[in-house]
Design a binder for this molecule. Structure first.
Ligand code: ADP
Ligand code: MG
Length: 334
């Protein structure tokens, strides 16, 4: 069985949100225990991860050091976080595997994800990143072409485009490594956003891809049966943060889409996870699970957390017509 596991920010930061190197290593070490259990049980695992706090930190360095070292573009920042987070993931997972006597190589891959230059999201930056600044400090950055928004009391914050992930350009490399028996970390931070130019070359763009939507594309590309989205809550809730809150257990895609349309899921948080789960199952995935990091192994074995499954096909009179016309080949009449 092949499983894609997407790790949220809290799998890589302290419970209070701190992201010092030692916080990240401690959180990743804990998150890799259930992953090592899965790998030991013979499951083929591909990992992906978020990078919000880490990219935010790199942007601060860019700003503060701009007079001394040239700032690097956002796609480079994403690449850098794939490297560092990938490093601590493979160190922690290899060690957890060794402790279980499981001899499996682990690798991390710098991964590019194609987006469209014509994506309407490219013209409409919406995703807040990095730290808040007072207006006078944001101004020089705005003059350098960045888009900053007045976020009220806390100050100004940079917003960037968050385009749709269309294609994981390094998916074939991920598949080759998984087929060779490696556990692979790929497409961190949703992937390095690139567009294809008319001459075939790739150009990095100042954007960030949602890591859950990227995970759904990668899961499909590597032929995963199950997508596990590991976050800091055990399941998605209806009426979240209200006295009527109730958990969503196993649900079919059509029902889940209705809940989403009814506005039950936070747009920058649970919303993209639900959308990713629905897309994966609609594209042929067997099951997508949204649950907490410590339940990763259980999510693969049982129906746990919020589990999205295909919508059962409703028998229609049209189907009957087709089966009657093909009586000798129709499987339901065999
Ligand atoms: P991650 O860092 O794992 O990607 P996010 O913080 O982006 O996680 O999303 C998880 C958060 O989504 C939860 O901690 C919760 O605060 C929020 N959330 C919003 N709507 C819901 C909902 N309907 N059910 C559960 N959690 C929700
Ligand atoms: Mg979070």
């Amino acid at each position: 069985m092949r499983v894609l596991i997407a790790l949220g920010g809290n799998a890589m930061t302290a419970p209070d949100g701190r992201a010092r190197p030692e916080d990240q290593i401690a959180a990743v070490t804990a998150a890799m225990q259930p992953v090592a259990d899965l790998v030991t049980a013979g499951v083929e695992v591909v990992l992906t991860h978020g990078n919000g706090p880490q990219v935010g930190n790199l942007l601060v360095k860019n700003e503060l050091a701009a007079a001394v070292v040239p700032p690097v573009p956002l796609d480079w920042c994403v690449a850098q976080t794939q490297g560092t987070i990938g490093l601590i993931l493979i160190d922690a997972l290899e060690y957890a595997l060794a402790a279980r006597g499981t001899a499996r190589q682990v690798a991390t891959l710098v991964t590019r994800t194609r987006v469209s230059a014509d994506d309407p999201a490219m013209l409409r930056p919406t995703k807040p990143i990095g730290r808040y600044l007072p207006h006078d400090e944001a101004l020089p950055l705005i003059e350098h072409g960045q888009v900053w928004e007045d976020r009220g009391k806390r100050g100004w914050r940079r917003v960037v485009a968050s385009p749709e992930p269309l294609e994981i350009l390094d998916a074939a490399a991920v598949c080759a490594l998984v087929d060779a028996g490696l556990v692979v970390v790929a497409n961190g931070g949703g992937g390095i956003p690139v567009v294809r130019e008319a001459d075939g070359s790739l150009r990095g763009v100042e954007a960030v891809i949602d890591k859950d939507l990227g995970a759904a594309v990668l899961a499909q590309a590597v032929g995963a049966e199950i997508l596990v989205i590991a976050t800091d809550v055990p399941q998605a809730m209806l009426g979240y943060d209200t006295p009527e809150a109730r958990p969503v257990g196993q649900v079919d895609v059509a029902t889940m889409r209705r809940y989403a349309e009814d506005g039950h899921f936070g747009s920058g948080s649970m919303g993209p996870k639900v959308e990713a789960a629905c897309r994966f199952v609609e594209a042929g995935g067997h099951r997508a699970v949204i649950t907490s990091v410590n339940q990763i192994a259980a999510a693969v074995d049982d129906a746990i957390g919020t589990t999205v499954v295909p919508t059962p096909a409703a028998p229609s009179s049209h189907d009957h017509d087709i089966h009657d016309a093909n009586r000798e080949v129709g499987p339901t009449h065999a």
